[in-house]
Design a protein. Sequence first.
Length: 196
Amino acid sequence: MITFLDGTIEDKQPTRVEMNVGGVGYEVLIPLSTYDRLPHSGERVRILTYDHVREDARLLFGFMTDDERSLFLLLLGISGVGPKLALSALSSLSVRDIKAAVVEGDARRLSGISGVGRKTAERIIVELRDKIDAGEALEVVAGGVGTPGDGVLRDAALALTALGYKRDEAFKMVKKAIGDDTPDNVEDVIRRALAR
C-alpha cells in the first residue's frame, strides 16, 4: 500500500496532480482543498495518499493533511459512499464544515455536496456521529482551534455533558448560549445555557 508520495510536481489541475517520484510518474486524484495548498509545478511536495484497488483499476487519492485523509477514510466506510463521492465531499466542504454538519445533524448542508442526496446525507450523519470523538466535536462547536474563547466553550460543553446532557444537546446548548459573543468564563456560559 502506498501511504505517501514525496516528489516533484510535473502537472497540477484542480482534480488531479502528476508527480515524479524517483523517475516514476504517479497520477493522484485530489480534492480542491489539497489543490489550493500545492506548490507550483516543478517544486517538491509530500502528499499523503490512499491506494484504492479495484478489479479494473488502481487509483491513488492524495491529501495535504492527515485530517483530510482521515475523514476521506471515514466517508469510505459509509455504505453508498465511494472514493469519488468522498473526494467530492472534501472538494465541496472543509473537513471542519463536514464535521460540523455531522455534529449538528445538518443534512441540508451535506446534501449540497454534488452527488449526495438527502438519504445519503442522513446516512453520513448517523454513521459518522459516533466516529467523531468528543474533542473533535467540541472543537467544531467552538468554531475551530485557536478562536477566542475556544477553551471556555469546550469546558462548558464538557461540564454540561457531565451534568447528564447528551453530547449533541450540550453542543447545541453552548452554541445557542453564546451566540456571537466571545465568552469570558465557563460558569457564565453554563449559566446562560441552563437558563435557556
